[in-house]
Design a protein around this ligand. Structure first.
Ligand SMILES: NC(=O)c1ccc[n+]([C@@H]2O[C@H](COP(=O)([O-])OP(=O)(O)OC[C@H]3O[C@@H](n4cnc5c(N)ncnc54)[C@H](O)[C@@H]3O)[C@@H](O)[C@H]2O)c1
Ligand SMILES: [Mg+2]
Length: 307
């Protein structure tokens, strides 16, 4: 009997005495999200993370640690002016979140400006997002991913799909409106379920043909409209591995049961050994930032506790 190890990381709801600061932060965030004037004021004192064609700017400290530099609005205006651009462009920044101190955090893409010139002025490097995940500390990774997702959504939703007319964003970038049709567009999310199946001793991992060679991951799939997460999980497992673990070669190239020893070995691999074509030569699993890695790690820990 196959058992999903964990359907989701379910939060344990409880009322916290210290929830006051959380409530005020969420209310502040909602205000600057919804009210253009409040958002413009927040931008003046907020932090801006720069991207170039969706690649985030990272800075290496003297001790070799990579950080996500938080620039002030005036710093970005200065950079734009030095490079002969209109400093008003900074107002295109998109609200991502706010800090515990209620400082607003924004993302801004300088893709229209020469990359090297911005890197020199900022003493940093624009790095591909997936590479950035390896370099940043845990708490910065979700922020940088969220900033990129919002920038990407704006870059690809400039026109109304009903009228073909340009859409206009609000100040925070939480929505875009087509004034011709009156349609409001909100950033799109695609809910995904991910599961690690276990038969008690082994766990089932699959690989798509697009994965790097040798890498196997937990089974995952997008939810359909109107489906609960549990229904999506049930369907995805049926589609991808079937009752007798027959593999759907369209979505999955391979799925196999792996023992605790194999999984433990794979979890220790930071960078898999590669052949002369640069292809990995061993079984490995997604890196530590991936949800699949956390599920596999947790399964391995549970196996230890059982033995
Ligand atoms: N974080 C992790 O550890 C981890 C591990 C495995 C997969 N994932 C991610 O989970 C996501 C889903 O996994 P999957 O690729 O196996 O999905 P899946 O099994 O649903 O198959 C992908 C197919 O779904 C369709 N599709 C693509 N984008 C869609 C969308 N936005 N909404 C609905 N359908 C869409 C396409 O036909 C695509 O071929 C992917 O983005 C994948 O990268 C993450
Ligand atoms: Mg899948």
């Amino acid at each position: 009997m196959l058992q999903p190890l964990r359907i989701l990381f379910r939060p344990k709801w409880m009322v916290s005495r210290s929830s006051g600061s959380y409530v005020s932060r969420m209310r502040h965030l909602n205000k600057i999200k919804e009210e253009d004037e409040a958002c413009r004021a927040a931008l003046q004192s907020g932090n801006i993370f720069l991207y170039h064609k969706l690649a985030p700017l990272l800075r290496r400290t003297d001790s070799g640690i990579y950080q996500l530099p938080a620039l002030q609005t005036k710093d970005v205006e200065e950079i734009l002016e030095k490079l002969g651009e209109d400093k008003e462009m900074v107002k295109e920044s998109i609200l991502i979140n706010c800090t515990e101190q209620n400082e607003a955090q924004f993302s801004f893409d300088v893709g229209a400006i020469e990359q090297a010139a911005v890197e020199e002025l900022c003493r940093g490097t624009f790095v591909d997002l997936r590479k950035a995940f390896f370099l940043l500390r845990g708490s910065e990774a979700p922020l940088v991913a969220r900033g990129q997702a919002l920038l990407r959504w704006h870059q690809t939703n400039g026109f109304c799909s009903s009228t073909g007319q340009p859409t206009q964003r609000n100040q925070s970038g939480s929505q875009r409106v087509c004034h011709s049709s009156g349609i409001t567009y909100y950033p799109k999310m695609s809910p995904v379920v991910i599961v690690l199946l276990s038969d008690g001793k082994r766990c089932l991992l699959g690989r798509q043909s697009t994965f790097p060679r040798g890498m196997y991951s937990a089974l995952a799939g997008f939810c359909d409209i109107g489906e609960t997460m549990e229904e999506a999980l049930r369907r995805e497992i049926a589609e991808e591995v079937g009752l007798e673990v027959s593999v759907d070669k369209v979505e999955l190239e391979d799925a196999r049961w792996f023992s605790l020893e194999e999984v433990q070995e794979a979890l220790t691999i930071k960078a898999p050994p590669r052949n002369n074509k640069g292809e990995p030569t061993v079984f490995w699993v997604p890196p530590s930032y991936a949800i699949a890695n956390r599920l596999i790690q947790e399964w391995a820990n549970q196996q230890h506790l059982k033995s």
